[in-house]
Design a protein around this ligand. Structure first.
Ligand code: IPM
Ligand code: MG
Length: 360
């Protein structure tokens, strides 16, 4: 198979971790007889530095022409980087939001898994973590508060800022269908998260999710208020299978869920449209403080490449080979600094990439 992949190395540790993911993908290609063509584009701060904007139309066109996009991370230190002196629509994050919209990537899949080998890093009490957990956060990614109209005005000398949260039923239905489809391949449970005791958008969300649920009689559906969900994630994470939620709640809850695993450097994500096309990126950020030091953990990006093979190319065997290489490297006792524990061997970003590639 010929895989045409657009890469976005991005900012901070992005270029290092993408390089290691390519190393692993190249090994997969050799082993399973595929050819991969990579085309790099600039986004975020890297694009601002060259073009003055976080995403160019040409970059969008390149991404659109690919089969899938593999991304590192974007953004810098918000208090010190000159990128954050620019107007909000010219900052690094605006590039990512614009790309999600341009590619219609409305479904964001963020797995949060407790790895047995890393259970010691889980910040929860052992009586909670010993139950293990493996959940998939399904976050709506192109609607809601992050894409509604916004403005800042001054009224009678008082500054006032307005953001709007809008969802129509079609936007809710398509993400709900994806959520139930994914649940069918997992433990067949959906927890739909909203704030239906306050927000109209949440009441519509709940109504549409209930309608979609009728087509999935095998799936158990429950509704949970977002504030309660934030508590339940630390109290009893094992109860969750698929968490289905809107954009901002998903942004916040997915960070919480990944922190609860204790190993955010291990968590991948996929953002999909209604075809096989997707953008794959680690769940963590650009970690500017450790950029360029060859100490970042590339595993989340490597696992994002695995999700890409599985969801965009239907190459399940190849994806399994990557997932197994990750397990094997952990079992063999290799760790980057962020997941280091006593008795293990600490390695840098590039060495971790070599060790993973060797195990394909
Ligand atoms: C994420 C990030 C982005 C988001 C930012 C960088 C715009 O936090 O992918 O979760 O909020 O969607
Ligand atoms: Mg976020």
């Amino acid at each position: 198979m010929n895989l045409n992949i657009t890469c976005i190395p991005g900012d901070g540790i992005g270029p290092e971790i993408v390089r290691e993911a390519k190393k692993v993908l190249d090994k997969v290609a050799v082993k399973f007889g595929h050819t991969i063509t990579y085309t790099d584009i600039l986004m975020g701060g890297a694009s601002i530095d060259v073009h003055g904007v976080p995403l160019t139309e040409k970059a969008v066109a390149t991404a659109k022409a690919a089969d899938a996009v593999l991304m590192g991370s974007i953004g810098g230190d918000t208090s010190t980087s000159p990128w954050y002196k620019l107007a909000p629509n010219l900052r690094p994050e605006a590039g990512l939001l614009a790309l999600r919209k341009a590619l219609n990537l409305f479904a964001n899949l963020r797995p949060a898994v407790l790895y047995d080998e890393l259970a010691g890093a889980c910040p929860l009490k052992e009586e909670i973590s010993s139950a293990g957990f493996d959940m998939m956060i399904m976050r709506e990614l192109t609607g809601g508060l992050y894409f509604g109209e916004r403005k800042t005005v001054e009224e009678n000398g008082v500054r006032k800022a307005i953001d709007t949260l809008t969802y129509d039923e079609n936007e809710i239905r398509r993400i709900a269908i994806k959520g139930f489809d994914i649940a069918m391949k997992r433990k067949k449970k959906v927890t739909s998260v909203d704030k239906a005791n306050v927000l109209d958008s949440s009441r519509l969300w709940r109504a549409v999710v209930n309608e979609v649920a009728k087509d999935y009689p095998e799936v158990t559906l429950e509704h949970m208020l977002v504030d309660n969900c934030a508590m339940q994630l630390v109290k009893d994470p094992a109860q969750f299978d698929v968490i289905l939620t809107e954009n901002m709640f998903g942004d916040i809850l997915s960070d919480e869920a990944s922190m609860v695993t204790g190993s955010i450097g291990m968590l991948a994500s996929a953002s999909l449209n209604d075809t096989k096309f997707g953008l794959y990126e680690p769940s963590h950020g650009s970690a500017p403080d450790i950029a360029g030091k060859d100490i970042a953990n590339p595993i989340a990006t490597v696992l994002s490449a695995s999700m890409m093979l599985r969801y965009s190319f239907d190459l399940d065997k190849e994806a399994d080979a990557i997932d197994q290489a990750v397990r094997k490297v952990l079992q063999d006792g290799y760790r980057t600094g962020d997941i280091m524990s006593e008795g293990c061997t600490q390695v840098g970003c590039s060495r971790m990439g070599d060790l993973l590639a060797e195990r394909i």
